[in-house]
Design a protein around this ligand. Structure first.
Ligand SMILES: Cc1ncc(COP(=O)(O)O)c(C=O)c1O
Length: 332
């Protein structure tokens, strides 16, 4: 007598029906996905899937980046793409199509989402082909794009300021910190650890014990002499947002709010004695930090530089024509 399995073996129709049933309430925030395996865009979240044999899934051999649609325009897409191509090269992932075509697919997927405010994340992987480590088995690089509602942080982060702790999670070694690969385990653990310790985020220190970066954002300081200082970029991810703000910050020197802008080492002692501490990135924008390891930063309140840099960021997303690509939304 044949034994009956306790787990159902599904037909293709049953599997698709179950994929539809597995769509959860949060998938309402997933607007459109492109997959090079489909060669097109889907808007049904049930179809926003990646095959398990893609080495991105089981080996983390993939890179990604995230840009934003702000007010119907892609902000700093080309700067994010430059970092994306660099990451792909460092991870030795061949491009499946010319750069211009991949860029156009991102723009088209943003348009198909019909969203005027959204996050735009895209991945390049060595692709599917089996469950080994070597890429020889891969049938070709894959490319995915997802347009989704960006993470919204609590308003109090900006009005009252954030609390951070020095993370006990080891930072990735410099080479891996500079490649934006899908290996974000340390970054995810920093966020978990911070929440467990009653903080809003964590600060990674580098191998020398100097300030490095935060979970998925950079960290800058207004040191006591009025200089905006950011760590060098040799052992951390080159944040696109902070680089843009370092470019715009000399305006705050003209306004008399800062005395200078510097990139260089920052010790924990210097950081804790700063007048202001700021977290900066595509998702957080610019948020003031008012407490680090239980100690107040400056007077323990959000400072004027954090406030002004956030204003500069907003202004830039609306007016910097060379940083903006209008999304060609379909008419109807
Ligand atoms: C580890 C890490 N550092 C810094 C950043 C900030 O970079 P960006 O301004 O490009 O979002 C990110 C986000 O991509 C990140 O993941």
């Amino acid at each position: 007598m044949a034994t009956r399995l306790q787990t159902p073996v599904l037909t293709a129709e049953e599997a698709v029906a179950r994929l539809r049933r597995a769509v959860h309430a949060r998938a309402g925030d997933f607007y459109a996905m492109y997959s090079s395996l489909l060669g097109g865009i889907v808007t049904d979240p049930a179809l926003m899937v990646v095959p398990l044999d893609d080495h991105m899934v089981h080996r983390g051999h993939a890179v990604f980046d995230t840009a934003m649609v702000v007010d119907g325009k892609l902000y700093q897409l080309d700067a994010h793409l430059e970092r994306f191509w660099r990451s792909a090269q460092l991870a030795r992932i061949p491009l499946p199509m010319p750069q211009a075509q991949l860029r156009q697919i991102i723009i088209d997927t943003a348009a198909a989402s019909r969203q005027r405010q959204a996050s735009v994340r895209y991945w390049l992987s060595v692709g599917p082909g089996g469950f080994g480590l070597g890429t020889g088995e891969c049938v070709g690089s894959s490319f995915y794009v997802m347009i989704f509602r960006g993470q919204s942080y609590p308003e109090r982060f900006y009005t009252e300021g954030m609390k951070v702790v020095t993370s006990r999670v080891p930072i990735k070694p410099p080479f891996f910190a500079r490649v934006k690969s899908t290996n974000y385990l340390p970054n995810a653990l920093v966020v978990l650890e911070a929440a467990e310790r009653g903080a809003d985020n964590g600060i990674f220190l580098d191998a020398r014990g100097l300030v490095a970066e935060s979970s998925n954002m950079n960290v800058a300081f207004v040191i006591r002499d009025g200089v905006l200082r950011h760590p060098a970029f040799d052992a951390i991810l080159e944040g696109i947002t902070v680089q843009r703000l370092l470019h715009l910050a000399p305006r705050l020197v003209q306004e008399g709010l800062l005395r200078g802008v510097e990139v260089g080492d920052i010790s924990v002692e210097e950081g804790k004695a700063a007048a202001e501490m700021l977290l900066i990135g595509s998702s957080i924008k610019v948020a003031p930090v008012v407490e680090w390891d239980g100690q107040p930063i400056g007077d323990g309140k959000p400072g004027p530089v954090a406030h002004r840099l956030l204003e500069l960021w907003h202004e830039d997303t609306l007016t910097a024509a060379d940083q903006l690509i209008p999304v060609p939304y379909p008419e109807d």
